[in-house]
Design a binder for this molecule. Structure first.
Ligand SMILES: C[S@@+](CC[C@H](N)C(=O)[O-])C[C@H]1O[C@@H](n2cnc3c(N)ncnc32)[C@H](O)[C@@H]1O
Length: 270
């Protein structure tokens, strides 16, 4: 597992509480509606994390829909699972998106929110998605656009980097480093999909709790470990990130975000 993909230890709770409401809820609601529009019977969620999308899938899909929520990191899934009761029709299973433990032709729809950037082999993950989908099945996933459209990430990266003379922590390059639409569409087609579409989606997030958000930007992903391994102090990074966020968003409390939502289909016989 690459360091950037290691969401374990205390990361999941900071992620869920501090990043979830500011970064992921809006896009989760959007992608869940898109999944519901495919009227699936069997749904597989990849890189489900702490279940932020899973919650909306459960709300938006018919009660009879079978949902399997997967993630590489069991610690993320533990929080996801704690949001549901045994009566809810959802299974949780640790799974690597580049090597899925499911039979061919099993699911009607696959969904993955802000996960593919972490997969070490994107094409292989897309081939796996294609393999486990039934004919006419859909794969819907989203990615972040770059730091330019998501300035909080540039702020976090540069503020943390200012503590290091040489090589700064690189975590924020991963989630914001896979957004070239033509390249992604080509890779999706190469994996066997057709009807590939891409839609940019802007959002303005109301930043209600800047200190909690700053803390989660450091402790809610693997960058805190990276800071420590490079001889830095995550708490000092939190204080500095909080100050930078106040400087940029303190007056309006409005934070611009932008993602791209992809959709693709497994045509019959492909
Ligand atoms: C930014 S989080 C997104 C989580 C969730 N989809 C959401 O919207 O909140 C990225 C997730 O990708 C997972 N991940 C990283 N590499 C993975 C892999 N190879 N297979 C499956 N999940 C992976 C991480 O454990 C983490 O939960």
């Amino acid at each position: 597992m690459s360091n950037a993909a290691n969401f374990s230890g205390t990361i999941p709770s900071y992620y869920d509480n501090g990043l979830g409401p500011n970064l992921f809820t809006f896009y989760a609601q959007d992608i869940s509606r898109r999944v519901a529009d495919t009227r699936p019977q069997n749904v597989l969620e990849l890189a489900a994390g702490t279940g932020i999308v899973t919650k909306y899938l459960h709300r938006d899909l018919a009660d009879s829909t079978n949902i399997i929520a997967t993630d590489l990191n069991q610690a993320m899934l533990d929080i996801a699972q704690s949001k549901f009761s045994e009566n809810d029709n959802i299974k949780f299973q640790a799974a690597d998106a580049v090597d899925l433990p499911f039979e061919n032709d099993t699911f009607d729809t696959l969904i993955c929110q802000f996960g593919i950037m972490f997969f070490p082999d994107k094409l292989q993950s897309l081939k796996e998605a294609h393999r486990v989908l039934k004919d006419d099945g859909h794969y819907i996933f989203n990615v972040w656009r770059s730091w330019a459209e998501n300035p909080f990430a540039k702020i976090a990266h540069e503020t943390i980097a200012s503590f290091f003379d040489d090589e700064p922590p690189k975590f924020y390059e991963t989630p914001f480093g896979y957004h070239e639409i033509d390249e992604i569409c080509e890779t999706v087609k190469k994996a066997g999909f057709s009807n590939v579409t891409a839609q940019k989606l802007k959002h303005t997030a109301p930043l209600t709790d800047i200190p909690a958000f700053a803390k989660a930007l450091v402790y809610g992903n693997p960058i805190a470990e990276e800071i420590i391994s490079l001889g830095g102090d995550p708490d000092r990074a939190v204080t500095a990130v909080e100050a930078s966020l106040y400087e940029s968003f303190g007056i309006t409390k409005n934070m611009p975000l932008e993602a791209i939502v992809f959709s693709a289909k497994k045509a019959k016989g492909e």
